[in-house]
Design a protein around this ligand. Structure first.
Ligand code: GLN
Length: 277
């Protein structure tokens, strides 16, 4: 036992072995207190149950488990998202894709989120744009269950489909905008065996190929489901922007371009659909 029952909450924070932010997140989770209450109730002693719970949480974190999975949630685009090991943990990088989609979706526009995972993109757009008609698909039923929970939790309407990319869509179905954060890490990439990624679903991270195969499928399949002038926006890896622009150019998209994330890395690329196919 690292944490003794009876110790005041204020003294526990300093004694925990993680970084200060993570110590506070786990202490809140174990005690049910808010961040503010950790301060206002600093003298309150830890109960034996809370001490035992906190020990388990800290051990899991020390074993490398992502903090978002331990507490079962992550904030994204100012909203709370439930997460489990069935879904990728939403990343701040992806907020760029959400902002670009919100800017480009016309009033009452239809948006398709391909490979929605936790629903981060679909739910955030639906929340910011109540006029939008949002459809989100994923291959994984377990991911869709989490995404449905997040739509309900954030009180938005999203239509969810279990689908291997475009397969479950009606042939005639068209959208004003398609957005995706697909698996784009190449097979064997060292990042897959580091940090949080070790615990995340492999199918959400890697295409088990060159890293571009899912992006290529989306570029090739989107013209059949975009209205003329509709945007395709895709997140990709730090070194894939030129390749993704080449895919878009090769498929005849117009206004092909990339956008930089907060770290200055070209993180999203996209273009407009030239016409019906
Ligand atoms: N951005 C994630 C990472 O590299 C990967 C997400 C993805 O493959 N879509 O940590």
């Amino acid at each position: 036992m690292m944490t003794q029952a009876g110790t005041p909450i204020g003294a526990i924070i300093a004694a925990l072995p993680l970084d200060p932010l993570e110590n506070r997140i786990l202490l809140c989770h174990a005690t049910g207190l808010s961040r503010v209450q950790l301060i206002t109730r600093a003298e309150q002693p830890l109960t034996p149950d809370e001490a035992a719970c906190l020990d388990t949480l800290v051990q899991r974190r020390l074993a490398g488990e992502p903090i978002a999975y331990i507490v079962g949630k992550r904030e994204f685009f100012g909203l709370d998202f439930a997460v489990s090991e069935a879904v990728l943990i939403p990343r701040p990088d992806t907020e760029l894709l959400v902002e670009l989609a919100i800017e480009r979706l016309p009033p009452d526009g239809r948006l398709l989120d391909m490979g929605t995972g936790s629903g981060a993109i679909a739910v955030s757009v639906a929340h910011a744009r109540p006029d939008a008609q949002v459809t989100a698909l994923d291959l994984s039923e377990a991911a869709l269950a989490v995404a449905r929970q997040n739509a309900a939790g954030n009180r938005v309407q999203v239509r969810f489909l279990q689908s291997d990319w475009f397969k479950a869509l009606e042939a005639a179905e068209r959208f004003e905008l398609i957005a995706s954060n697909p698996p784009y890490i190449a097979a064997g990439d060292a990042h897959l065996s580091q940090g949080d990624l070790r615990f995340e679903p492999a199918g959400a991270l890697t295409d088990h190929a060159d890293g571009l195969s899912a992006l290529r499928s989306i570029v090739d399949g989107s013209p059949a489901h975009l209205l003329p002038g509709g945007w395709l926006l895709m997140e990709h890896g730090y070194d894939q922007a030129a390749n993704v622009r080449a895919l878009l150019d090769g498929a005849g998209y117009t206004e092909v371009q990339s956008w930089r994330d907060l770290a200055g890395i070209e993180r999203v690329s996209g273009g407009r659909c030239p016409g019906r196919r």
